[in-house]
Ligand binder design. Structure first.
Ligand code: HEC
Ligand code: HEC
Length: 348
């Protein structure tokens, strides 16, 4: 081949590759849950049609709501989401964005309506403000960044978009399991039963903020001392370890999203759900949805002061490292790492 021909063919290759690169990529689509694919073809079509009716499509998303308040800016919400959240939380909010694979904990799959850091009782949906707070502040010690620098309108809109994905996911689950058991999709039943079921869950969350049983005391070392006793006697140390580091044999489990999880190392200095006494109170009183952290609401109903003692103890343990009390390196008691198959690679 002479030089000129080589140059020419190299140029052509570049042109072809270049043009292919310029081809319009497919617009994103909401992806169905795998269970939909197991239904007979006509039920699949019916489920998808009902879902579009109440939650729209990616191009024209709809927030399932009864409120007559100001209309959410879903177009803006979607733009912000696609720019800042999709790589972790996925187009459909399934928590399976490109970057999610190697994270621990995994980005939230919104479609179950389950959120961890809420002001509401165990099992309840979060309040809108809980989501706003998480998005503003991020979740310490995880890959979830804070977005406090975004304009207020963007924050509000992206939270509406998260609500949309969450409610859409819940309706999809209800539609699919109903189609499975009833072998039909009845649009009347969807309107009168399934949609109101989803909306009611969120309404209950909105009404159900957890108030503390007693006023927060001014913490002293006596609270911390009593908190330590309670921590060892109320079952906390079973999972979190006597020293709060979570290095116990029992400390293995799975979360509601099917991922291996462990009780928090309370000495890490990074309380995920926030460091205000009220945040810690709510973690203890209401538990953490979707994780093995149980609610102590009924166990401690008659001991309001014990809850504050525990809060004081958790705060003090959490500050140990900052105060220069570094625990010795490595496990301080027999500790078996999770079986290889359970291991989620740790976040970088
Ligand atoms: C780099 C990855 C990443 C990005 C980007 C990201 N998140 Fe997250 N997000 C996470 C992870 C990881 C969690 C789960 C943390 C946990 O379970 O403690 C999470 C959890 C959440 C939760 C659940 C909080 C709860 O109480 O359960 C919400 C809501 C959320 N993210 C919203 C957003 C929004 C909105 C954006 C974009 C503005 C965003 N995230 C961007 C990784 C990310
Ligand atoms: C059955 C195991 C188990 C028991 C018992 C338990 N926890 Fe937990 N706890 C967990 C798990 C798992 C998490 C982490 C949840 C997550 O963020 O994914 C956690 C998280 C926490 C957090 C939140 C930390 C953060 O990052 O914000 C606090 C506070 C806490 N536990 C305190 C307690 C106290 C106090 C008790 C006893 C009254 C207790 N726990 C009992 C399993 C347990």
């Amino acid at each position: 081949m002479n030089l000129r021909l080589m140059k020419w063919s190299a140029w052509m290759v570049c042109l072809v590759v270049g043009l292919a690169g310029c081809q319009r990529t497919e617009p994103p689509q909401f992806v169905s849950i795998p269970k939909v694919g197991e239904l007979p073809a006509e039920l699949q079509t019916a489920v998808k049609a009902e879902l579009v009716k109440y939650a729209g499509t990616f191009q024209q998303p709809k927030l399932m709501t009864e409120a007559d308040g100001p209309k959410p800016d879903l177009a803006r919400g979607q733009t912000v989401y696609q720019e800042r959240c999709v790589q972790c939380h996925g187009v459909s909010g399934d928590g399976q964005g490109h970057a999610a694979k190697y994270m621990y904990p995994k980005p939230r799959d919104y479609r179950r309506g389950l959120f961890k850091f809420t002001s509401t009782p165990y099992g309840a949906r979060p309040q809108r403000d809980d989501l706003m707070r998480t998005v503003r502040l991020g979740i310490r010690g995880t890959s979830m960044p804070g977005f406090a620098l975004l304009p207020e309108h963007d924050l509000q809109s992206v939270v509406d978009y998260v609500l949309l994905l969450s409610r859409r996911g819940e309706l999809e689950e209800l539609l699919t399991s109903t189609a499975e058991s009833e072998e039909e999709v009845d649009p009347e039943a969807v309107k009168d039963d399934l949609v109101p079921t989803v909306l009611r869950r969120w309404q209950e969350g909105d009404e159900g903020e957890v108030r503390t049983l007693s006023l927060p005391p001014k913490f002293t070392s006596a609270h911390v001392e009593r908190g330590k006793v309670a921590f060892l006697s109320k079952g906390c140390s079973k999972c979190h370890g006597d020293d709060g580091r979570g290095q116990t044999l029992e400390n293995r489990g799975n979360d509601a999203w099917g991922q291996p999880t462990r009780a928090a190392d309370l000495t890490s200095g990074m309380l995920r759900g926030g460091t205000r006494p009220l945040d810690i109170y709510r973690r203890i009183y209401s538990g953490i949805n979707g994780t093995p952290m149980p609610s102590f609401a009924s166990a401690l109903q008659n001991e309001p002061d014990t809850i504050w003692d525990l809060v004081a103890y958790v705060l003090s343990v959490s500050n140990h490292r900052r105060e220069g009390q570094i625990p010795p390196p490595g496990p301080n008691r027999p500790y078996l790492p999770p079986a290889a198959a359970d291991v989620a690679p740790t976040a970088p």
